[in-house]
Design a protein. Structure first.
Length: 194
């Protein structure tokens, strides 16, 4: 491999050496690249500097915003060669292909259970440690294992504006998951009633 920048070469060498010189000040994780550390630290601070111009959703990583924009365009550029199913991001395709191969590359070092996704392994490993809740609400005593659960909880305190509207009845919701659940019930009712 050849590199234009010396920094790129050093970053690549760390893949082989396993060196991770950038340490998170909030937890025990380490990283090969400074940019990866900065992106990771946003999971602790909750900072989301990248905002979607169409819906206002914000993201901690630029790549996540780019993937999100595909939900508006419907673009699914990653296709499974086995069954033809398409996906909006490459990670979903990789997970899907592992299911075809019945491959579970992520194994728990404590009990041996295997998982398709690294995130699933990480969540599982927390069950061995008593559910290490690393995300704490600054306004009350609650703590959470996932940042998105903390963010959802914090809306209770801020009384965030209801921005998700049902196109059928006009009811509004502060969380997209609540709107989706409501719309499923609406569809079920209309299917049964008509």
């Amino acid at each position: 491999m050849t590199f234009t920048w010396a920094g790129s070469l050093w970053g690549h060498k760390r893949i082989h050496s396993g060196e991770k010189p950038y340490h998170c000040s909030h937890c025990e994780k380490s990283f090969r690249k400074l940019g990866d550390l900065k992106a990771h630290e946003r999971t602790h601070t909750g900072e989301k500097p990248y905002q979607c111009s169409q819906c206002g959703n914000s993201f901690s990583k630029l790549g996540n915003l780019k993937q999100h924009k595909r939900t508006h365009t419907g673009e699914k550029p990653y296709q499974c060669s086995q069954c033809g199913k398409s996906f909006s991001h490459s990670g979903s395709l990789k997970d899907h292909e592992r299911r075809h191969r019945q491959e579970k590359p992520y194994q728990c070092s404590l009990c041996g259970k295997s998982f398709i996704k690294l995130g699933a392994l990480n969540r599982h490993e927390r069950t061995h440690t008593g559910g290490d809740k690393t995300y704490h609400c600054s306004l009350c005593e609650k703590s959470f294992t996932r940042l998105r659960h903390l963010n959802k909880h914090e809306r209770i305190h801020t009384r965030e504006e209801k921005t998700y509207h049902c196109s059928q009845c006009g009811k509004t919701f502060s969380q997209s998951e609540d709107l989706k659940s409501h719309e499923r019930i609406e569809r079920l009712c209309s299917d049964l009633c008509f």
